[in-house]
Design a protein around this ligand. Structure first.
Ligand code: FDM
Length: 215
């Protein structure tokens, strides 16, 4: 950084089906990064604290019904309402670890198979947002996810649907994705996550550019 600018933070998204351990791994990597002196924070999408987030929460808890296109756009809007703050934090050097992001947005809606909500259309609604420097895709079979505690409480937690979500995630993969077997132990997975995340944080600190979805 000879330009005198502060090194930017990295944008790292954790993706995968429900109950695969994303939240645990996000917390652990943020804690690890902080212990090594990296300024890092964890966010989750949907952000249920905003008024849009509360509508999303009611939908996920099956307390309300919405048209598939409308709920899709609420998920998008819930990211857009955080966009400025995201960009500000990254530019200020903070690494953001996201528990779900646009990739979930596209994969879950595309998995519904509604003809006018194609994967291409869903992708087009995300283009105002920055691309993650790294997507950590945690994979396990829908059957083993279903065997985990709490599964089935929310709208999308059904084995057949989760298989479609998995296929949609696979279709979105590119060279920025790392795939991790989520059926291992918490510590083994954390070790793998650490070895993948650290170089990406260094790259961001060294000035590699933040991309846009889906360039
Ligand atoms: N989800 C999440 C979507 O359908 N679209 C999105 O854009 C996002 C971010 O919401 F079933 C789904 C994925 C999951 C639910 O659950 C959120 P968690 O437990 O908060 O990750």
């Amino acid at each position: 950084n000879d330009s005198g600018r502060r090194p930017r933070g990295a944008l790292i998204a954790f993706e995968g089906g429900d109950r695969c351990g994303k939240t645990t791994q996000c917390s652990k990597i943020v804690e690890h990064l902080r212990s090594t002196g990296v300024d890092a924070v964890m966010w989750r999408f949907p952000d249920r604290s905003t008024s849009i987030g509360q509508s999303i929460n009611a939908y996920l808890a099956e307390q309300s019904h919405m048209d598939d296109a409308v709920i899709h756009m609420l998920f998008v809007a819930n990211r857009l309402e955080k966009r400025d703050e995201m960009l500000r934090l990254l530019a200020g050097g903070t690494t953001l670890v996201l528990d779900r992001y646009s990739y979930s947005g596209v994969a879950y809606t595309a998995a519904k198979g509604v003809p006018y909500l194609s994967m291409e259309y869903c992708k087009s609604l995300e283009v105002l947002l920055p691309a993650a420097d790294l997507v950590v895709h945690m994979t396990m079979t829908p059957e083993s996810m279903a065997a985990r505690g709490g599964y089935g409480e929310e709208r999308y937690e059904k084995v057949e649907f989760q298989s479609k979500v998995m296929a949609a995630f696979e279709a979105l993969r590119d060279e920025r994705w790392a795939v991790i077997d989520a059926s291992g132990t918490i510590d083994d997975i954390h070790e793998q996550v650490t070895s993948i995340v650290e170089p990406v944080v260094r790259c961001a600190h060294n000035g590699c550019a933040l991309g846009r979805l889906w360039d």
